[in-house]
Design a protein around this ligand. Structure first.
Ligand code: CAA
Length: 273
């Protein structure tokens, strides 16, 4: 784990070249206002490592300004089987250490490392973008949390969400607990996490984990259509509206009304200078 920190300081976190991303098992395509991030290690079911999370964070930091929609998807049968299980072995992931080496590090260092990993997930909520997860097959642990980090989840009918962490002695720490509770409520979140059971498509739709369920073969087209809809609205209004919606839960009705007035006044002034 100390090795991972050293590597991050030493450079791999800085590099989002196609070659480096391919080594990590990621692809990034930017086409005008749309960025597509693909987890691309299908032979290992898109298992994620610290390098994955560093690269995701760096993609967020360097995202071209014109991008309005970010699609996150996985190549192959599974969206993502979660953290690379080599992290649980004494050898770990080459160059990135293991949980046992992490356990030996100082408390603050370990939290710092987790914070770096979380940075790969946090930026997907930025008001300037809308993030859409296209989820097929398994979305386990870190895979489930990556889908939860996105604003919208469009899923295939074979989707299988599972918050496996508590079964492995861990907690979900990749920013997934808050959106999970907000989407499904506390009782259902406790049920899902503390049993580590699988949530299939019908239930995901019913409890609000998924916006849309489609047959597997239609996933790409459905996401494409949703992206087109998202791009059809005014960009600045979309950013301001997302900001308003994101803040709504934490504000009183009066505070939210005031926030609406503020945003609208800015919109009207921009539209009628
Ligand atoms: N890490 C590393 N390798 C993995 C992996 C993982 N998480 N998941 C699958 N693989 C590898 C398998 O070892 C296998 O490799 P080989 O071909 O070299 O043997 C390959 O991917 C294909 O796996 P399966 O044959 O098992 O594929 P499947 O389609 O039959 O099953 C699966 C898919 C249900 C996802 C199954 O692979 C599985 O259960 N994987 C483990 C899931 C898991 O426990 N993840 C940890 C989640 S907790 C978490 O993520 C914690 C955190 O953030 C802190």
């Amino acid at each position: 784990m100390a090795e991972a920190q050293a590597q991050q300081r030493g450079g791999y976190a800085e590099d989002v070249s196609a070659e480096r991303l391919a080594e990590i098992g990621l692809r990034l395509e930017v086409d005008g206002e749309i960025a597509t991030i693909t987890l691309d290690r299908p032979e290992k079911r898109n298992a994620q490592t610290f390098a994955t999370w560093s690269a995701l964070a760096r993609i967020g930091e360097t995202l071209p300004e014109q991008v309005r929609v970010v699609v996150v998807k996985g190549e192959g049968p599974s969206f993502s089987a979660g953290i690379d299980l080599r992290m649980f072995t004494s050898e770990g992931v080459p160059g990135q250490g293991s949980f046992s080496s992490a356990a030996a590090s100082e408390g603050a260092d370990l939290e710092q490392l987790i914070s770096q990993a979380q940075a790969g997930f946090l930026w997907l909520r930025r008001p300037e973008i809308v993030s859409v997860a296209a989820v097929q097959g398994h979305a386990i642990g870190a895979g489930f949390q990556l889908a939860l980090a996105c604003d919208l989840r469009i899923v295939a009918d074979d989707v299988a969400f599972c918050m496996k962490e508590p079964a492995l002695g861990l907690v979900p720490d990749l920013t997934g607990t808050k959106p999970l509770v907000e989407l499904v409520g506390l009782a259902k979140a406790i049920d899902i996490c503390l049993t580590a059971r699988t949530v299939h498509a019908d239930e995901a739709m019913r409890i609000g984990l998924a916006e849309q369920v489609v047959v597997r073969g239609d996933l790409e087209q459905t996401v494409h259509d949703k992206v087109a809809q998202l791009l059809s609205t005014n960009r600045d209004a979309a950013v301001a509206t997302k900001r308003l919606l994101q803040g709504a839960r934490a504000r009183t009705l009066e505070e939210q009304s005031a926030a609406e007035r503020l945003e609208q006044a800015a919109r009207i002034r921009a539209l009628f200078p």
